[in-house]
Write a new protein. Structure first.
Length: 276
């Protein structure tokens, strides 16, 4: 992968970031498959906002698109647009070198490109990649022992969780190789002193993994208020059992089909408009 960042440097004279609600719709101007994927990704951003998994404009979610002329493409958020206002038409299509591949008034977050391009390039099973900075996720990421086997939430995902040491804001493209090496074939990554990340074949499964990871982190921090000496941690054998019992939740056609339709109804009630 190119070690030189292709993402333009931040402007020094201010920003011109359009309101996504004012953009013309891309429906009918892109393929039906791309439009559907755009709608799924925009919905995922808004669902993350509904669950409080936001850090203003500083985190990112990406989704792989079908290849174009043999070249890989993925969608990512425009820098400066809030999660709760994301639309299908404002998402930015880029390639693995960070080149913007369709007309857009927006630019992208350089750190987002570093992290997401690394995983999409190395993991063809990575349809969707969610990276967030939640208070509970970051709080667990600073703990030497990381995620503990205190809860069913934790044991649902702990066997599939890897760790990546902090290297500063992810602007150095050389870090991509280390991210790839650390995540390996796992589906969840704890970025030390930074945040959390999940991978899934689609938006629904990546979201579901983040739901369990976030709740595992939240309950760990709440439980630790009583002091670690007062907490019961289950043995690894129990985590193995729970992981096996919960595996179907992360199998395409199972957990996604069970949970995603209800999440779409919730989004339609509470924050409609992602599909514009």
């Amino acid at each position: 992968m190119n070690s030189q960042s292709p993402v333009p440097a931040l402007k020094t004279g201010g920003f011109d970031i359009p309101d996504p609600a004012t953009l013309p719709s891309l429906q009918g101007k892109v393929s039906e498959m791309e439009w559907d994927l755009r709608c799924q990704l925009a919905a995922t951003y808004r669902l993350c906002a509904l669950h409080g998994w936001t850090d203003l404009v500083f985190t990112h979610i990406s989704l792989r698109l079908p290849d174009e002329d043999g070249e890989e493409r993925f969608l990512i958020n425009p820098y400066g647009v809030m999660f709760d206002e994301m639309t299908a038409s404002c998402l930015v299509k880029i390639d693995l070198d960070g080149n913007i591949c369709s007309e857009t008034p927006y630019f992208i977050n350089p750190a987002g490109f570093t992290i997401h391009s690394a995983i999409h390039a190395a993991r063809h099973d990575a349809g969707c990649v969610i990276h967030v900075h939640t208070p509970y996720g970051v709080a667990v990421s600073v703990q030497n022992e990381g995620l503990r086997r205190y809860t069913q939430f934790a044991m649902t995902v702990s066997n599939d969780l890897a760790y990546h040491d902090y290297e500063g804001i992810a602007l150095d493209l050389d870090e991509r190789d280390r991210i790839v090496a650390d995540i390996g074939d796992k589906s969840l990554l704890m970025l030390r002193n930074h945040g959390t990340l999940t991978v899934g074949p689609n938006c629904a499964i990546a979201f579901l993994r983040m739901y369990f990871l976030e709740n595992a982190c939240k309950t760990q921090i709440l439980a630790q208020a009583a002091g670690n000496d007062n907490l019961h941690e289950e043995p690894q054998a129990m985590a193995d059992t729970v992981a096996g019992q919960a595996a179907a939740a992360f199998t395409p056609g199972m957990g996604d089909n069970l949970v995603w339709p209800g999440l779409m109804r919730k989004l339609a009630r509470q924050n409609p408009g992602h599909d514009t």
